[in-house]
Design a protein. Structure first.
Lengths: 153, 503
């Protein structure tokens, strides 16, 4: 039973939120709760921090009491989504170094070949066209700045 | 300014060539967004928001609103042809719309959806025109305690209707309230929750949260769902899109039902277009003389929900424009757009910024005609969009998301935050935490804290002030009732059923 409970999404997310509530209360205790002019900056956060802890504990307890298997997840599909997210994060991390246009083209190429299993040629064509399109629409037509890298674009 | 004078002024604003252009652009984008599954109006408006910073407020809100109500028109096309809803508000249209298409009546189904949307959408705007001035007048007597109570009531309704679990809805709301406190406190200049990061002193930008939680999460969830479907052919030519006389006659009650149901549900915060379309479908079936035809391709089963989700737009704008209280994710983004342009939605909007209020209302009459044209004769052209492979769409959305977040301040720090919020939104979707309460908590949190603190300053710290004033007492009582009622199992069963159908 304990292992099932530890795997339950409601129990885990409840624990995370309870921890967040505790953090909020801890930080809020450092701000003044009440001042001469009325409630201080700690007043509102204290209230929602207390509520957050109470509700997340209620969520954890009710999920643990109900027990049973937690929702079934399609892990390969989730893996695809998380893979896309990781690629997205990596391309953003590279952006300060190689600039938006190159890292965006790499992201597009990765998503089309690895996540959607299309041919590299097709992916390369889409990636180059998309990057060029972004360059035309944002910096050229709309005057919106894009992150640039050491190469200057 | 009386209603007629206001409307005249509004048409003078909306008929300016530049505003006509923005209205058309909004409706055009809205139709595209509506047709494409996996890209919703909330995500699109969040993505486009950074581009509107320098726009004139009237033109900007006219365009954003066009996307908002235009997406509801376009959503039906995908429901009918693919049996996949283009928007969540068109889920119920799949039932009879796709059945009609399979029986070779795809054209009339699309036609009925467009006509019902036009009729009910226009009804919603007329009702908005007539109802907004008295509501704003009433709200003029509101002071800080009433505003605090009103926000509590609105948020309670949003939590009630946003998901299966009330506790998860409330937790989502509290996280939103917390995120909005990050930064410098306006009363005392105290820095709160900034993790020793000076970049957070100015607070987290709304655009970053909204794009992350809506757009990025939507892309990830769509990749995860991996929907594949087979499209039915689209009939060409206007004649093949017009319903027969018998079909129109069958729909006459549905037009009225959709209009009234959609508008009334639209006013309630939290209910939204999806729930209103389900309720209109339910009413239509319950009062039908031949309920057995529903699910087999009954034209009124298309007209009622499509009408309702468009009448809903007019209703949803009543609390947004007159009270400054948005009822859902998309209207919350529109509220923060108005604030960014320096316009304050609320009872004084009509007198302080008549160009924005009446210009928007008048532009919606025009927008509905534009949408009828885009959706009736041009629907075969737009349906070609569905042939676009999805793998080209998702990288584009991610790219626009980065451009939008970076455009806020020109710092890669905001892009990093965006990536974090994207993951947060996706995890929330997977664990069935509703995201709308988080966005609403984030948008209203500042105003709510300010109203609470001002109320307590006025009363020298006496909390009783909130219940001693009659209007605020009634609203707070209603909020408590809303959150306590589901503890009684019979009511909760009805609620979860309604939410499940709407969800």
């Amino acid at each position: 039973l304990t292992r099932d409970v530890l795997r339950n999404g409601d129990v885990i997310s409840g624990a995370v939120l309870a921890a967040l509530g505790a953090y909020i209360l801890f930080e809020a205790s450092g701000y003044s709760f009440r001042s001469e002019d009325g409630p201080g900056p700690g007043f509102f956060p204290t209230w929602y921090g207390v509520l957050m802890i109470a509700l997340s504990l209620a969520l954890m307890i009710s999920a643990a009491v109900k027990g049973g298997p937690s929702a079934r997840y399609d892990w390969p599909a989730i893996g695809k989504a998380i893979g896309t997210w990781l690629a997205f994060a990596a391309s953003a991390a590279l952006m300060g170094w190689i600039g938006f246009l190159v890292s965006f083209a790499l992201l597009t190429f990765f998503v089309i070949t690895v996540i959607f299993r299309q041919s590299p040629l097709r992916a390369a064509i889409v990636a180059v066209c998309a990057s060029a399109g972004f360059y035309i629409v944002f910096p050229l037509a709309l005057g919106v700045n894009l992150p640039t890298g050491v190469l200057g674009f | 300014m009386d209603v007629l004078g206001g409307l005249m002024h509004g048409f003078a604003v909306a008929l300016k060539p530049v505003n006509l252009l923005w209205c058309f652009v909004g409706c055009f984008f809205g139709t595209i967004v509506g047709i494409l599954p996996g890209l919703g109006p909330a995500a699109t408006i969040a993505l486009l928001l950074p581009l509107t910073f320098k726009m004139d407020p009237a033109g900007g809100i006219i365009m954003l609103a066009g996307i908002y109500y235009g997406a509801k028109y376009g959503g039906s096309t995908t429901s009918i042809l693919l049996n996949i809803p283009g928007e969540s508000s068109s889920v119920v249209t799949c039932i009879d719309g796709h059945q009609m298409a399979r029986k070779g009546r795809a054209g009339p189904a699309l036609g009925i959806a467009a006509i019902a949307s036009f009729v009910a959408g226009t009804f919603g705007i007329v009702a908005l025109t007539l109802l907004a001035p008295p509501v704003a007048n009433f709200a003029l007597q509101f002071s800080s305690p009433e505003y605090f109570a009103l926000m509590c009531l609105g948020l309670a309704l949003v939590v009630l209707l946003s998901g299966q679990s009330l506790v998860k809805g409330l937790l989502s709301l509290l996280v939103g309230l917390w995120l909005t406190s990050v930064g410098t406190d306006l009363f005392t200049a105290q820095a709160r929750f900034i993790f020793n990061e000076s970049a957070l002193l100015g607070g987290i930008d709304f655009v970053v949260v909204a794009i992350g939680v809506f757009a990025i999460a939507e892309v990830l969830a769509s990749i995860d769902a991996g929907e594949k479907a087979h499209m039915l052919p689209v009939p060409r030519g206007l004649r093949n899109l017009l319903p027969s006389w018998d079909e129109l006659k069958a729909c006459r009650f549905a037009f009225i039902n959709g209009s009234i149901t959609g508008f009334i549900i639209g006013i309630l915060p939290g209910a939204g277009a999806t729930i209103s379309s389900f309720i209109a479908y339910g009413i239509e079936k319950a009062f039908s003389r031949h309920p057995e035809k529903f699910g087999e391709g009954a034209p009124e089963g298309v007209a009622a929900p499509e009408g309702a989700n468009n009448a809903d737009s007019g209703g949803a704008l009543v609390p947004l424009l007159t009270l400054g209280i948005p009822g859902g994710g998309t209207t919350a983004i529109m509220l923060s757009a108005l604030v960014l342009w320096g316009v304050r939605p609320g009872p004084l909007l009509m007198t302080e910024s008549p160009d924005v209020f009446w210009g928007l209302v008048a532009s919606m009459y025009i927008g509905n005609v534009v949408l009828l044209v885009l959706n009736l004769p041009l629907v075969p052209v737009f349906a070609q969009l569905l042939r676009l492979p999805v793998y080209t769409l998702f990288p584009m959305i991610l790219g626009i998301a980065i451009v939008g977040a970076y455009g806020v301040s020109g710092r890669l720090f905001d892009v990093a935050l965006l990536i974090g919020f994207g993951l947060l939104g996706y995890v929330m979707v997977k664990l069935k935490y509703p995201t709308a309460p988080l966005i609403l908590g984030f948008v209203l949190g500042d105003a709510m804290e300010r109203a609470l603190r001002q109320s307590l300053m006025m009363s020298q710290g006496n909390l009783a002030t909130l219940v001693e004033r009659p209007i605020s007492a009634i609203m707070l009582l209603m909020a408590v009732v809303i959150l306590v009622l589901p503890l009684f199992s019979r009511f909760n069963k009805a609620r979860t059923q309604a939410v499940a159908e709407g969800g």
